[in-house]
Design a protein around this ligand. Structure first.
Ligand SMILES: Nc1ncnc2c1ncn2[C@@H]1O[C@H](COP(=O)(O)OP(=O)(O)O)[C@@H](O)[C@H]1O
Ligand SMILES: [Mg+2]
Length: 288
């Protein structure tokens, strides 16, 4: 098996675990920067990176899509689609990476599939954003394309909402205004790998329960309802493996808050006996 991994080039614990596990199985494993790709069309159509032909690989795993200008981002995703069109297995599929990068698009697909998502208003109209804030009382304002809990603000004060919406208007941002779900500073993360699910509870220092924001993982075995929700959420966005976040409101209602198409599992690994990288490679090898 010849495995290529698109990485950031920096040290990445998840990539290290994958490489370790791949080499243990006797696979070839190469790392590539997505921004280093050269795509040729016409005379000798090929897609290369660091001088290697990417079509030689059995599997290309995307662990990093670097940020950039709109044009760079579109091209990076085009490259992944091109590789898939050439018959190479790209994981997660590029279309699912695109869907999950966009919180509005993901949540609308989840909602259409009957999964509960927090009440949310997404708009370019400041007046409507203000109306949503007033209606919900307390909100989380999120960047449309965000991760690791970065750049999200919890707002319950009118003055803060006013200032924040002014800044967002000035920066020509889209308003993503979501009702704050009181949750006791913990949530549930389910790692879906094919049909398999692994769970943990994340206990935050405050309302943001991202492990990267300092939340502590605790062992938790998904109940049947949570498992079904996570499997369905991953399926709806088209991920082969995914990190699904569930918030549990004070009334016990569960909401899907997001689906990660490039989930890390360091926190999960710290509370599970199974080797997550090994489960992932089993799945990719078809033994999942
Ligand atoms: N509507 C909400 N109500 C309460 N807490 C929220 C809400 N949305 C997000 N959070 C908290 O913020 C964290 C990060 O939100 P999320 O939408 O998953 O963004 P990111 O992509 O940055 O992880 C969640 O894990 C949760 O703890
Ligand atoms: Mg999240």
């Amino acid at each position: 098996m010849r495995l290529g991994i698109f990485t950031s080039g920096r040290r990445d614990w998840n990539v290290e675990r994958l490489r370790e596990e791949a080499l243990r199985r006797g696979w070839e494993c190469h790392e590539f920067p997505l921004q280093g790709v050269v795509a040729r069309l016409g005379e000798r159509p090929r897609v290369t990176c660091l001088g290697r032909d990417l079509e030689e690989f059995d599997l290309l795993l995307v662990r990093w899509v670097p940020k950039g200008s709109a044009e760079q981002l579109v091209f990076r995703m085009d490259v992944l689609h091109r590789l898939e069109n050439l018959g190479i297995r790209v994981v997660n599929p590029p279309s699912s990476i695109e869907r999950c990068a966009d919180k509005f698009y993901t949540n609308s697909l989840l909602e259409d599939a009957g999964l509960p998502v927090p009440p949310t208003v997404v708009t370019e109209r400041r007046e409507e954003a203000r109306r949503a804030f007033e209606g919900y009382g307390e909100v989380v304002v999120k960047p449309l394309f965000g991760s690791l809990g970065a750049g999200m603000l919890r707002v319950k004060e009118g003055d803060l909402a006013y200032r924040l919406f002014s800044v967002l208007e000035y920066g020509r941002h889209v308003y993503y205004v979501q009702k704050f779900i009181p949750h006791g500073n913990w949530d549930l993360r389910i790692l879906v790998i094919g049909e398999r699910t692994l769970g943990m509870r994340r206990v935050g220092r405050d309302w943001k329960t991202n492990v990267s924001a300092g939340a502590l993982p605790e062992p938790w075995e998904p109940d049947e309802e949570s498992r079904e929700m996570a499997l369905r959420a991953a399926e709806v966005v088209g991920c082969e493996y995914a990190g699904v976040d569930l918030l549990v409101g004070e009334d016990g209602r569960k909401y899907v808050v997001e689906v990660n198409a490039i989930p890390g599992w360091k926190g999960m690994q710290s509370v599970r006996r199974e080797n997550v990288a090994s489960l992932l490679l089993d799945h990719l090898e078809g033994k999942g």
